[in-house]
Ligand binder design. Structure first.
Ligand SMILES: Cc1cc2nc3c(=O)[nH]c(=O)nc-3n(C[C@H](O)[C@H](O)[C@H](O)COP(=O)(O)O)c2cc1C
Length: 300
């Protein structure tokens, strides 16, 4: 599965990735959220259903009112599955009780559990961390989550304080996975097809979700599925095709070099090892589309 990454795995990237690499089991959208009492218009657009690939929208919420607003909007847009973000580590979100902050609030988790039971036509999954400040905090809501009728639970075995780096708490992950009656999906630091094999051999792990690893190596899933590692030439050639499609889609809704460049630079954030420092630097420094296009053309 492809992890959601705000600012990276937008509809343009997902559509192009699915077409060029044959897709993954499921793409999750970056979280949709409530702003001034409504779902943001951009989030409605970004979570629009498509026939091109399997898409599950994700929501982040700080109370049951936000949960209800988001779930109703997605149900009205035809969605049958929703992923609940209980892992976002950004301090402003956590302090408001969203993301990883929601995971440690038994009252909210109980309200969510009640609501999920009232909505039998909607399938829910959870994407969570192990805690906010300590890797055993998942235990605070574990019994409530275990009783929810979820399709699966994805666990990123870090705590919010770690953000996206540092040690993975594999021992605590194993205990959390064993405590869940649902299928468990491992998420975190998956970089190679061998990582996928290794993780799928762990007890209770029934799936994997890759984020930065898939951005750094967009062929990761297809290489694993077909049991054949691609050569660097194959990988770079496919990345250039992916880039061309993402550029066309993003440029189509933006205007002017500045907007397009700021939408496109992140595409390369995790690709420096693949394209080399020199090209990555030229792309970062390109001040207009002509320089950007020539920097991309120098990748080889
Ligand atoms: C820039 C950025 C944005 C992210 N946005 C989201 C998000 O919207 N929803 C979510 O559940 N996780 C989000 N994540 C977390 C990833 O989905 C994933 O859990 C994390 O990066 C660890 O997996 P990885 O090592 O495979 O990247 C984000 C991570 C990063 C670095």
């Amino acid at each position: 599965m492809a992890a959601p990454l705000q600012g990276y795995t937008d509809a343009a990237w997902r559509q192009a990735h699915a077409r060029i690499y044959g897709g993954v089991g499921c793409y999750y959208t970056p979280f949709a959220r409530v702003e001034k009492g409504c779902v943001r218009a951009k989030d409605v657009r970004e979570t629009a259903l498509t026939d091109s690939y399997t898409l599950v929208p994700q929501i982040i919420f700080r109370d049951i009112t936000e949960f209800d607003i988001l779930v109703s909007a997605l149900a009205a847009a035809g969605h049958k599955r929703i992923d609940l973000n209980l892992g976002c580590p950004f301090p402003p979100q956590v302090h408001h009780g969203r993301g990883a902050g929601a995971l440690v609030r038994r009252d909210l988790m109980q309200q969510v559990a009640t609501r999920i039971n009232e909505l039998p036509d909607m399938k829910f999954s959870i994407k969570m961390r192990l805690g906010v400040d300590s890797p055993d905090q998942w235990r605070e809501s574990a019994d409530i989550i275990a009783a929810m009728p979820l399709t699966h639970v994805t666990i990123h075995p870090r705590i919010a304080r770690q953000q996206y780096s540092g040690e993975l708490h594999t021992g605590e992950f194993a205990e959390a996975a064993a405590a869940m009656p649902h299928p468990v999906v491992f998420n975190g630091d998956i970089l190679t097809p061998a990582d996928i094999d290794r993780l799928l051999a762990m007890p209770h792990v029934e799936g994997v979700m890759a984020g930065r690893g898939l951005l750094a190596r967009p062929s990761l899933a297809v290489e694993w599925l077909n049991g054949r590692q691609w050569t660097r030439d194959e990988r770079v050639s496919a990345i250039l095709s992916l880039h061309a499609e993402v550029l066309e889609a993003r440029a189509g809704r933006l205007c002017g070099d500045t907007q397009i460049l700021s939408a496109m630079r992140p595409f390369w954030d995790f690709l420096e090892a693949e394209i080399g420092h020199k090209c990555a630097k030229a792309i970062r420094k390109a001040g207009n589309m002509a320089k950007y296009t020539s920097a991309v053309a120098s990748i080889g």
